[in-house]
Ligand binder design. Structure first.
Ligand SMILES: NC(=O)C1=CN([C@@H]2O[C@H](COP(=O)(O)OP(=O)(O)OC[C@H]3O[C@@H](n4cnc5c(N)ncnc54)[C@H](O)[C@@H]3O)[C@@H](O)[C@H]2O)C=CC1
Ligand SMILES: O=C(O)/C=C/C=C(\O)C(=O)O
Length: 481
């Protein structure tokens, strides 16, 4: 069976403990590879390697740094099929999704920051006839990047690329549930000629390897994406040590549909925003609010389209819904479907584990599920499920739907469907979320600030926001005589 290795100081190495963790293919429910069960000692070696590499990397001319990152981007593109297949096997997502979305975006993340670093400039503030201020931005040193299992290489690279572009050296940990493409990225970094120690990839459990990265005194910042509870634990550890923190956490996003919307566009996009990646994207619109006059028509058409979706082998073209990421996660999703019924909801479609034949007979598949009849403040409408489950609810007025939308502890993204520009801008102003999509969903411009409010996180990724996070400003004030 394939054994993955840590990537430390430019070399692929065994974990010091010699211990490994089972890695499952969720579509067949079997272990197919082993990953290092790394501990504090592995992290210590990785941090030491990163520290040693920092001077060389941070002082390297920006153009040279950029060229190395562009080579990584190109190699990801060259390996598109291999990486997409690996992502699909590791995560359960349809290979078509990994080919069209996950892997191209990983390549783009490196391209975006490799080119962006050449446009990042310091600020100057002139005090009339008194002084001129200029603000230097220094890389922080060694930084930690910790990413989740839902968009493995996409989110891993979304953190690593700006950190490297800003001149930092990185110790990164992918999720232990989906480690494969991060491992393949280590091979790509070797081929691209990334100097040793600049990026170190440690595999293993969050409470062990991840916690060791967070608590290491030489790790100056942590960029984390994952569950809100884990984000809290990381903040508890890192905040008293005055580390910089960027936390992208959970969501319970409203999808607000008015009767005057472009109906076909809305219906097609709502199918995606509900069930893309088996609903395992923190931006999915899991609470669908529909204006009362459109509710019955929407319900009929939406449910019919959901019933048409193909749940199947992720390796096969034409599959819309693949496996969810793990057996515990499947059970969590099914328990929320149970809860929805206890809370008085009616299942309009779905609701069960889906049984496939043949190769995937033991895989972790959940039917795309639509629930109606729940109140906006019940647990199912307040807690993050992170699976292919949506609720639909009617509303009558803007005030009412705004109250529903803002009733949750989360505030990541939101979607508004209307042809009225006035209404869209009114709501965009009042919705408590870091991102508002009007008549679209997950339309991404990588220059824009990305992140959430309330329990959805702290800080913003994307564009120069990420470059600012990964650098420390120093103001120099020169008096003019
Ligand atoms: N992007 C998002 O919003 C995501 C949300 N979730 C939500 O979180 C729930 C739990 O999922 P998990 O797999 O447990 O995600 P998680 O948040 O625990 O895992 C994310 C990453 O954090 C690491 N980690 C865990 N504990 C850590 C610690 N104490 N210190 C440092 N690193 C640590 C993990 O190893 C992984 O690399 C899901 O059911 C879902 O609701 C999960 C993944 C992504
Ligand atoms: O940056 C994006 O385009 C998407 C990010 C998605 C997440 O952070 C997530 O699902 O966890």
């Amino acid at each position: 069976m394939q054994k993955l290795q840590n990537y430390i100081n430019g070399e692929l190495v065994e974990p010091i403990s010699g211990r490994y963790i089972d890695n499952y293919d969720p579509a067949i429910g079997e272990v197919y590879s082993l990953i290092p069960d790394s501990n504090e000692e592995d992290v210590q070696q990785a941090v030491a390697a990163a520290q040693a590499a920092f001077e060389g990397w941070s002082l390297m001319p920006a153009e040279q740094r950029s060229r190395i990152m562009l080579r990584i981007s190109a190699l990801i593109e060259d390996n598109l099929d291999r990486l997409a297949k690996a992502e699909s096997v590791d995560n359960g997502k349809p290979v078509s999704l990994a080919t069209q979305v996950d892997i191209p975006r990983a390549a783009k993340n490196f391209w975006f920051y490799a080119t962006g670093l050449g446009h990042y400039s310091s600020q100057a503030h002139a005090m009339e006839n008194a002084a001129i201020n200029y603000t230097l931005r220094h890389p922080l040193g060694v930084v930690g990047c910790i990413s989740p299992w839902n968009l493995p290489l996409y989110l891993f690279s979304w953190k690593i690329a700006p950190a490297l572009a800003a001149g930092n050296c990185v110790v990164a940990k992918p999720s232990e549930i989906t480690p494969m493409t991060a491992y393949l990225l280590s091979e790509i970094c070797q081929q691209a000629g990334l100097p040793k120690g600049v990026l170190n990839i440690i595999h293993g459990y969050g409470h062990k390897a991840g916690a060791a990265i967070v608590s290491h005194p030489q790790v100056k910042a942590i960029s984390f994406t994952g569950g809100t509870k884990t984000g809290e634990a990381i903040a508890r550890e890192a905040a008293p040590k005055f580390k910089k923190l960027s936390l992208e956490l959970g969501g319970k996003n409203p999808n607000i549909i008015f009767a005057d919307c472009n109906y076909e566009q809305m219906l097609e996009t709502t199918l995606r925003s509900s069930f893309a990646n088996q609903g395992q994207i923190c931006l999915c619109g899991s609470r669908i609010f529909v204006e009362k006059s459109l509710y019955e028509k929407f319900k009929k058409d939406f449910v019919a389209r959901v019933k048409d979706m193909c749940i199947g082998d992720p390796a096969v073209d034409g599959t819309h819904i693949g496996a969810v990421v793990s057996e515990p996660h499947m059970n969590k999703i099914l328990s929320y479907i149970e809860l929805a019924q206890q809370e008085g909801g009616t299942l309009l479609t779905g609701g069960k584990r889906h049984q496939l034949q043949g190769r995937c007979a033991n895989g972790y598949f959940v039917e795309p599920t639509v629930v109606e009849g729940l109140s906006y403040d019940c647990r199912v409408n307040q807690e993050e499920i992170f699976g292919p489950v949506v609720t639909i609810m009617p509303f009558e007025t803007e005030e009412e739907v705004l109250k529903y939308a803002n009733s949750v502890q989360y505030g990541l993204s939101s979607t508004v469907w209307t042809e009225s520009l006035n209404r869209a801008t009114r709501l965009a102003q009042q919705i408590e979320a870091g991102i508002v999509w009007v008549n679209c969903w997950l339309l991404r411009d990588l220059r824009t600030p990305f992140g959430g409010v309330k329990a959805s996180g702290v800080g913003r990724e994307g564009g120069f926001d990420a470059m600012e996070f990964f650098t420390e400003p120093k103001n120099v004030c020169i008096k003019i005589n």
